[in-house]
Design a protein around this ligand. Structure first.
Ligand SMILES: Cc1cc2nc3c(=O)[nH]c(=O)nc-3n(C[C@H](O)[C@H](O)[C@H](O)COP(=O)(O)OP(=O)(O)OC[C@H]3O[C@@H](n4cnc5c(N)ncnc54)[C@H](O)[C@@H]3O)c2cc1C
Ligand SMILES: Cc1cc2nc3c(=O)[nH]c(=O)nc-3n(C[C@H](O)[C@H](O)[C@H](O)COP(=O)(O)O)c2cc1C
Length: 617
């Protein structure tokens, strides 16, 4: 069978009381982009080594009774949106709230440990983790280990690592005191047991390269889109450059035809693009690992509760192209995974060191600061790593969908959606370059090419009463939802609706280089869709000017719109810009309206009058 290089033959995953004397431990995760899920898998492996029958549960698959009957559980909770839970945790929070409302103390037998994932750049830091803790405790659960919080603006992985250092001794002490001395250690160099088997298939039989059909219940919820659930195939109908040829960067206006995709959208929703790895990177990794790209393989469950995370049969090429994050900066768990399979002692020690807290500084420098992807580690720095494909697929993070705010109006073009995509690129002093995975993939897709995406609701919704003034703040790629809402306002105006005052704050480096949609925006001013187009060209004068400066300059006018006319404010783009704009609005409310700026802004957010969608740039 196949090249016989890897059969993934580890012992079965299920275990009984002898193997796991510390009993069942459920590890729940609320995750949007995979980090919390990755941490959950790390804890699962640690836990199993320590004698716990650890199971990872996507909160999307959460069942209340299971929690009520459980003895101990860990929660890894990311915060998204503006202080909101992740999509997969929404139902879980609804359940908690209902139980609290009923005055229930149904979790009085449950011991919990909670770690929140957040980012201090956002206003509501770690809101979901805190809310989770508060409600679990209200329902009677006892905290068996200190609440942890990680900051993705700094060293989230270190925060998690520090938190879990004390976690296991606490849990072992409480639930498995006899085994305290004999328990295995977390972070060992022996490969974990897998709960699936990877079988290579006969390449001559073409049927072996087509995945079988999977029921939704058979697959990992966060990988559903790989299996064709909630995702559609769309066709590129436009892919044009928005910047001047003189600019070193690139921003693409990409339109896709949704016909037949099963996807639909509302103005300024989010499109999640399913990216593919660059074929050259895929080939280089396969060559370094000695894998034949055309080799088909199959994944078979070993444990009854196993959930498939990629659709098989498929070829090695398909797996490396679509399902694994080869270009991301490897996390500790990946470095630890590689260390298990490095044949060269020095390489193994270095990898284990980089994965440990002792090697934290070196890891930050070598991986994060100097920007080294998993692909680079395998092809250049740690060539002795000989990872069986099964383990590779198990420990390398999945290639995640990327969000793009839709920059078109569904009233104007319901079956075609537009995205405004800034191509991510970086050049290092030593000559290495990095191109973002999804933006690099989309950058050169020709008209007619197909790609996959799904749509999710955003919080950008124009006021129902079109006469309500709107203040749009969208510098750089943050222009995307503003373009969509302006297109929508133009449509409404065309249908005879009265528009309230409409202001747009846009910013970029230089009007000649990266003034996105210049013609369109200036056209909106001429046609009266836009009353005011305020432009901040940061590099056209000595002192940098940004949108937040213009907002402060316009304090009187803005307060009239906000305080007297009930204007709605929409902000999109980088997190630090968003924080500055919010601060400016609070200042204006205090200075011009004589109100408590903090409280005023909070009320605006609460009433949907201040809407921001921000991402770190
Ligand atoms: C709600 C939301 C809406 C968004 N809307 C838009 C939008 O309208 N338009 C838009 O352009 N973007 C938007 N984004 C951002 C978008 O989702 C992507 O994050 C962005 O396009 C980068 O994706 P990528 O795959 O090209 O880059 P990635 O490959 O994911 O890289 C992203 C960053 O990670 C780091 N990095 C990762 N790997 C390496 C490496 N090997 N070496 C060095 N650095 C590395 C770098 O800092 C790099 O800039 C939005 C994000 C969110 C959350
Ligand atoms: C669009 C977006 C919104 C976010 N909003 C918040 C927030 O309001 N508060 C916070 O503390 N962190 C916020 N974060 C940071 C995430 O919680 C953090 O990056 C976390 O590691 C993501 O975990 P995940 O990959 O499991 O989803 C946000 C991140 C993104 C991308």
């Amino acid at each position: 069978d196949g090249d016989g290089k890897d059969e993934g033959k580890a012992a079965g995953g299920a275990g009984g009381a002898e193997k796991f004397p510390a009993g069942e431990l459920k590890i729940y995760f609320g995750s949007q982009t995979g980090t919390a899920e990755g941490f959950a898998n790390v804890l699962k492996e640690d836990g199993r080594r320590m004698g716990f029958d650890a199971q990872v549960i996507d909160l999307e698959d959460f069942e209340g009774d299971e929690l009520i009957d459980g003895e101990k559980a860990i929660f890894l909770m990311a915060t998204h949106g503006e202080g909101e839970p992740t999509d997969n945790a929404m139902e879980f929070f609804r359940w908690l709230d209902e139980k609290v409302e009923e005055g229930d103390s149904c979790l009085s037998n449950l011991n919990v440990a909670i770690f929140g994932l957040g980012n201090t750049q956002y206003e509501f830091f770690n809101a979901a983790g805190r809310r989770c803790r508060k409600t679990l405790l209200e329902l009677g659960a006892a905290e068996c280990y200190e609440h942890g919080e990680g900051d993705d603006d700094n060293q989230l992985e270190d925060d998690f690592e520090n938190w879990k250092t004390g976690l296991w001794p606490s849990l072992v002490h409480k639930f498995h005191p006899d085994g305290a001395s004999g328990a295995g250690t977390a972070g060992s160099l022996s490969p974990p047991e897998l709960d699936f088997e990877l079988k290579f298939l006969d390449a001559a039989k073409s049927a072996t390269t087509k995945p079988r059909r999977f029921r939704e219940t058979e697959v990992v919820s966060s990988a559903k889109h790989y299996f064709g659930y909630d995702v559609g195939t769309v066709r590129i109908v436009e892919n044009t450059e928005l910047r001047s040829p003189e600019d070193s960067g690139s921003t693409k206006h990409i339109e896709v035809d949704l016909k037949g995709s099963g996807q639909s959208y509302q103005t300024a929703d989010n499109a999640y693009v399913i990216p593919q790895n660059n074929p050259a990177v895929v080939s280089a990794v396969a060559a370094a690992m000695g894998w034949n790209l055309d080799q088909p393989f199959l994944i078979e469950a070993r444990a009854s509760d196993f959930k498939h995370f990629i659709p098989t049969p498929c070829t090695v090429r398909t797996a490396l192209t679509n399902y694994v994050d080869l270009m991301g900066l490897p996390k500790r768990a990946t470095l630890q995974g590689l260390a298990c399979f490095a044949k060269d002692d020095a390489e193994q020690q270095r990898l284990a060191h980089l994965a440990s807290m002792d090697g934290a500084e070196e890891m930050h420098q070598f991986i994060q600061h100097e920007g080294r992807s998993l692909a680079e580690l395998l092809t250049v720095h740690f060539q002795s790593c000989d990872v069986p494909l099964a383990h590779f697929l198990h420990f390398v993070p999945r290639l995640a969908p990327r969000a793009y705010t839709i920059s078109s109006s569904s009233s104007v073009q319901s079956s075609k959606l537009a995205m405004t995509v800034s191509v991510v690129g970086q050049a290092y002093a030593d000559g290495r370059t990095f191109t973002g995975v999804a933006t690099g993939y989309m950058q050169h897709l020709p008209v007619g090419a197909e790609m996959q995406l799904y749509v999710r609701a955003s919080t950008f919704r124009l006021p129902r009463d079109t006469a309500t003034p709107v203040i749009l703040v969208g510098p750089g790629t943050g222009i995307a939802p503003m373009r969509a809402m302006l297109q929508e306002r133009e449509y409404l105006k065309g249908r005879g609706r009265t528009l309230g005052k409409t202001m747009l704050y846009f910013g970029c480096k230089n009007r000649k280089l990266d003034y996105l949609y210049q013609e369109l925006l200036e056209g909106y001013v001429k046609s009266g869709v836009l009353d005011s187009l305020r432009l901040a060209f940061s590099r056209e004068q000595k002192q940098k000017v940004y949108v937040q400066h213009l907002i402060r300059e316009d304090a009187d006018l803005l307060w009239d719109l906000i305080g007297n006319q009930g204007a709605h404010i929409y902000v999109c783009g980088a997190t630090n810009m968003g924080a500055d704009v919010l601060a400016a609005v609070k200042e204006i409310a205090a200075a011009k309206g004589g109100v408590d700026g903090e409280k005023y802004a909070q009320d605006m957010q609460h009433n949907g009058r201040y809407v921001a969608e921000l991402w770190s740039a």
